[in-house]
Design a protein around this ligand. Structure first.
Ligand code: MLT
Length: 410
């Protein structure tokens, strides 16, 4: 008899973004003339930077000729990309990460889920609440949680609320936890963590032999020099943290797919025999077995983001989206809405007006403004009464959305 992974049956409803798409499609079917503006999922809208397009074209041309053809690449990524990442994202910023600690992949969503392959069962997992739903759902799938309660909180998970009251900075857990997911700049709240906050977490992890899974997918949007972009800027982090980064948002690769995960060689975990095992070795083994590397063309494109032209074009793209974020913040504040985030991150987190629930506000915006955002409660129970807007859109749509907010809410 075939057995299925019955943990999947514990999952609540659908994954958040397909669920939103389902509701929006139903509305569009009933209102075919409505021009819906989507500020829901953080999906990029602007074309790829020219330097990246040129590099990808030339990589395709290489594949067209026997002499320059490439078949399987290294599972860990080509050294031209790993070297460029190490040089520009780490060494050039005074951060100690070497190229062979970088594992190139086809996305951070996959990596943050796949990392559970190398962890055992029975770990006590802490997540912030609200949170990027992938961390929760992949732990449910892996059997690290109990059933969900009426608020959608899973048994055995340790939820660390991030709310207006604590300035969106989670308190350290009151019970020991083994694995901690942190995402900064934060999705969904668009807020950031200070150096001091991250140092506290690293110290906590060292003291409790915990592992920090640090999602830095939005680091490129940080403009404040005091805000850390990498967990490895924090003393001791190499011994306790894995970092995830992505090309999805900084150079528009949501559809192209490329990301990387850093597993420092200093990161070791004591096993039952008392020996220490390096997680680098396990992740390398996992990737070599289950992954054949991101495509050559895509990696060539990603590497071009580090050329001087590429860096300049990437900066322009980021500035473009962050101007959208500023316009959204200002537009919302002008109609009396309390907003958070959106300064060092491409997400604006807002308090719903008139004590509306997150989904009530979603319906109101969709019906009255033909606008789509993401209900805060979809990211966790502590997100109830909040709402997320993504700054990834055309300027025309952002400007139109601000006008529509005024009519829908005013
Ligand atoms: C989001 O909207 O939270 C992101 O687009 C999701 C993702 O990056 O997978």
């Amino acid at each position: 008899m075939v057995r299925i992974n019955e943990n999947f049956l514990k999952l609540k409803a659908g994954y958040l973004f397909p669920e939103i798409a389902r509701r929006v499609n139903a509305f569009a079917d009933q209102n075919p003339s409505a021009e819906i503006i989507k500020l829901g999922i953080g999906d990029v809208t602007e074309p790829l930077p020219a330097a990246i397009v040129a590099a990808m074209h030339s990589a395709v041309d290489e594949l067209a000729s026997r002499d320059t053809f490439h078949g399987y690449g290294p599972e860990q990524g080509y050294s031209f990309l790993r070297d460029a990442i190490a040089e520009h994202d780490y060494k050039g910023r005074g951060v100690n990460v070497s190229a062979d600690e970088i594992f190139v992949s086809d996305g951070s969503k996959c990596d943050t889920g796949n990392i559970l392959d190398i962890l055992g069962t029975g770990n006590r997992i802490a997540i912030t609440d609200p949170v990027y739903p992938v961390y929760v759902d992949t732990n449910v799938m892996a059997g690290n949680t109990g059933e969900a309660d009426a608020d959608g909180r899973y048994g055995d998970l340790v939820y660390l609320p991030v709310t207006e009251e604590n300035g969106f900075v989670p308190d350290l857990p009151t019970e020991p936890v083994d694995v901690i997911y942190l995402c900064y700049p934060n999705n969904p709240t668009g807020t950031v963590a200070s150096r001091e906050t991250l140092q506290q977490w690293v110290d906590y992890a060292k003291q409790h032999n915990s592992l920090i899974l640090f999602d830095a997918a939005y680091e490129a949007f940080v403009s404040d020099d005091n805000v850390p972009r990498s967990i490895y800027e924090i003393e001791g982090a190499r011994e306790v943290a894995i970092e995830f980064r992505s090309f999805s948002k900084n150079v528009g690769f949501t559809g192209v797919r490329c990301a990387f995960t850093v597993v420092p060689k200093d990161l070791k975990v004591k096993i039952s025999s008392g020996d220490e095992v390096a997680l680098h070795q396990l992740w390398n083994r996992r990737q070599s077995t289950k992954f054949n590397g991101a495509s050559y063309v895509v990696q060539k494109g990603a590497a071009a983001a580090y050329s001087s032209e590429g860096r300049e074009q990437m900066k322009q793209l980021i500035d473009f989206y962050m101007t959208n974020a500023r316009l959204l913040r200002e537009g919302l504040e002008a109609v009396g809405i309390r907003v958070f985030g959106g300064v060092n991150a491409p997400y604006v987190w807002l308090k719903t007006p008139n004590d509306l629930s997150s989904w009530e506000f979603f319906d109101l915006l969709l019906e009255k403004g033909h606008l789509v955002g993401t209900p805060g409660s979809g990211f966790g129970a502590s997100g109830e009464g909040y709402f997320r807007l993504s700054a990834f859109n055309s300027r025309k749509n952002v400007e139109a959305a601000i006008e529509r907010f005024k009519t829908a809410i005013g």
